[in-house]
Design a protein around this ligand. Structure first.
Ligand SMILES: [Zn+2]
Ligand SMILES: [Zn+2]
Length: 652
């Protein structure tokens, strides 16, 4: 046993730094050039706000540009996913993480990649020495829409690899997650195929969404079985893609194998690429055989600072544990952003940074802290990463003072908001309008208004608040809040037509550019509509044409548009589109477009074309949009900020 490995039962616990070093050494020994991480906030890239995967900085090379490091590249990339902020709190989700990556740029392919990764996971000498009987894999099941075949080559490779370890790995077709929950896993099954939604990669999503000339291909994921009991709230049976937390994805090999032709068929690429990405934190958790990634060594120091400062203990109570996880994740991310010179502000990356810090303060308060704790928590991270990322330690003073400043400022906001609340509640109630004023004028979060109201046993109408928020245009004082209003205060008929078209357009953009497209702003007048949305690249003419066709097709189907008030959880489960950065109340208003048979009493929401959280108003049927033979037309598509595109469109 190597001296740096602590013995823990029968498994070897590794530190994050050991897993990182072993991975880079493994691929270096196989001819790869080790390249440094790109920044989390890539200031020179106008198409994106954050680096969200190891692949992102490599895209030009995957598309054919020569890499100075050659055709075999490996790295560890600092990554941040703003879309995951609300998911943090369970044992495995973080917004910030390090992603291990190795790439073949027209060099090796499946027959090398899958055996190498398996060897890295299981090898005692060069790898993590994970128990192979805890590993489960998924492969591409094929795609009926485009006639793509299942990836049986990957199935054969995996069967051979498991057999070499004395494991009989049976193959099972799942196709969809729903089928997985229904069917479950039978004895000896270890290799599972899922459809394009799960096991296909392209920049535009599933094969049928890909424009001509776009590369894509199947992928193969490896899951670690942490052995937790399955939770039936997710579905009847457990399977690798189950969300209960038993299986955690620890690596994904993407095989860029095909090119889409103009006639919709696919041909094999002459130069095929491999793109592998694996979460460093999750792999480290697997070496501990403990599903809670917040127990890996890089969190140790920050966690004990927090325990001391708040007199609470991590893991003693589910609410406390959740607060710890949010603070640890958010402050780790904030520490790395501040180290890169990003400052809290009301725009772009600075706005996300501010949101992370403020959420962490709220959670620290929940734990009972009354004075500043964040600077000390952050110091714990500087120390934990000093060796690999010395720039973080070097910026320690600046990180400390910026966090202290932001915390002080936010606390002032909270005190002022609370004072205002006490004045308003003298009438014995808080109206939606009051809550809106607290939020828009004093920056006082709605959740705090609701919390205080319930302490005082005062009623508060959440739907009212939502509607007040939608109604008001003058909300620009609260950072980024102007997007709540859009053009919605103007209820002229033409504006209302544009508003409904706006919903249809968002859905059409997701169909053409992929489901990762999210609305980031909107503005509607009687003359035109404008939408800002996340997307890494400029739209092609072909994509613009496809979007126009989808919108016009939906509009001319004369579909009913229906408003429903329902619990927020239910709306989320139905996939309703939310606005970025908005905290919604427990009861929400949603608008659905279609299907044809939908009525107010039976809106048939699961079959709707589009579903959004929205206060309205809207047309009651899309036939009102095309009156007089009008057509939807995109006038302009342009970049407005890093990673944010803007479309201006008219109906004429
Ligand atoms: Zn499960
Ligand atoms: Zn709307």
């Amino acid at each position: 046993m190597k001296p740096e490995l602590r013995h823990y039962g029968i498994v070897f616990i590794m530190k994050v730094s050991q897993v990182r070093q072993k991975y880079l050494a493994f691929f270096k020994a196989r001819g790869h050039t080790v390249v440094p991480t790109a920044p989390i906030v890539p200031g020179n890239d106008p198409t994106t706000l954050f680096t969200s995967s190891g692949m992102q900085p490599l895209i030009p090379y995957l598309l054919g540009k020569d890499h100075p490091g050659g055709t075999r590249i490996t790295d560890v990339q600092l990554s941040f996913r703003a879309g995951d902020i609300e998911e943090v709190g369970n044992n495995r989700h973080t917004t910030f993480f390090e992603m291990l990556g190795n790439w073949s740029l027209g060099d090796y392919f499946k027959q090398e990649q899958l055996p190498w990764f398996f060897e890295f996971l299981t090898s005692k000498e060069e790898g993590l020495e994970l128990d192979p009987s805890k590993l489960y894999v998924t492969v591409f099941a094929g795609d009926k829409d485009t006639g793509m075949a299942a990836d049986m080559e990957a199935v054969e490779i995996w069967q051979r690899l498991f057999k070499e370890k004395g494991i009989d790995a049976a193959f099972a077709e799942m196709d969809t997650e729903e089928a997985g929950y229904e069917r479950g896993m039978k004895d000896h099954e270890r290799i599972f195929s899922y459809g394009a939604r799960k096991n296909w990669w392209s920049r535009s999503g599933v094969p049928s969404n890909m424009p001509a000339g776009e590369p894509g291909g199947p992928d193969s994921e490896v899951f670690y079985d942490f052995g937790l009991p399955h939770d039936e709230k997710w579905g009847e049976h457990c399977h690798p893609n189950c969300d209960c937390g038993r299986f955690v994805e620890i690596g994904n090999s993407v095989f860029m194998q095909f090119l889409k032709n103009a006639d919709g068929t696919f041909s094999e690429l002459p130069k095929k690429n491999v793109d592998f990405g694996g979460g460093l934190e999750r792999l480290t958790a697997a070496t501990r055989n403990d599903a809670d990634i917040f127990l890996i060594d890089v969190f140790d120091s920050a966690r004990s600072v927090l325990e001391k400062k708040t007199s609470t203990i991590y893991g003693t109570d589910s609410g406390v544990t959740r607060s710890f996880r949010i603070i640890l994740d958010h402050i780790r991310a904030a520490t790395f952003m501040l180290a890169e010179g990003i400052l809290p502000s009301n725009t772009e990356a600075g706005y996300v940074l501010r949101r992370l810090i403020r959420r962490a303060i709220r959670e620290a308060d929940r734990l009972g802290s009354k004075d500043a704790v964040l600077p000390d928590v952050a110091a714990g991270f500087g120390a934990a990463y000093a060796e690999q990322y010395p720039h973080v330690q070097a910026a320690a003073e600046k990180i400390r003072s910026e966090l202290a400043k932001e915390e002080e400022q936010f606390r002032k906001t909270l005190i002022q908001g609370l004072r205002e609340f006490e004045k308003l509640q003298k009438n014995g109630k808080i109206t939606g309008e009051d809550a809106f004023v607290l939020f828009s004028t004093y920056g006082f979060p709605f959740e705090l208004t609701a919390e205080r109201a319930s302490e005082l046993n005062i009623s508060i109408d959440e739907v009212d608040f939502l509607e007040a928020m939608k109604k008001h245009q003058d909300t620009s004082r609260a950072g980024g809040a102007q997007r709540f209003a859009g053009g919605l205060a103007d209820h002229s008929e033409q504006t209302v037509r544009y508003h409904t078209t706006h919903h249809i357009l968002l859905k059409a953009l997701q169909m053409v550019l992929g489901s990762l497209v999210k609305q980031r702003g909107s503005n509607i007048t009687a003359e035109r509509l404008r939408i800002d949305f996340t997307s890494p690249a400029k739209m092609t003419d072909e994509q613009k044409k496809q979007v126009e066709e989808i919108v016009n097709d939906v509009v001319y189907q004369d579909l009913p548009v229906i408003r429903t008030v329902m619990p927020r959880d239910e709306a989320e489960q139905l996939g309703a589109q939310m606005e970025f950065g908005v905290k919604y109340p427990d009861m929400v208003s949603v608008y659905s477009v279609g299907p044809k048979e939908a009525t107010d009493d039976d809106p048939k929401i699961p079959h709707a074309f589009s579903l959004e959280f929205c206060g309205g108003p809207h047309v009651s049927n899309t036939s009102e949009i095309h009156e007089g033979g009008k057509k939807f037309n995109i006038q302009k598509e342009e970049a407005v900020a890093a990673g944010i595109r803007r479309i201006k469109a008219v109906i004429e």
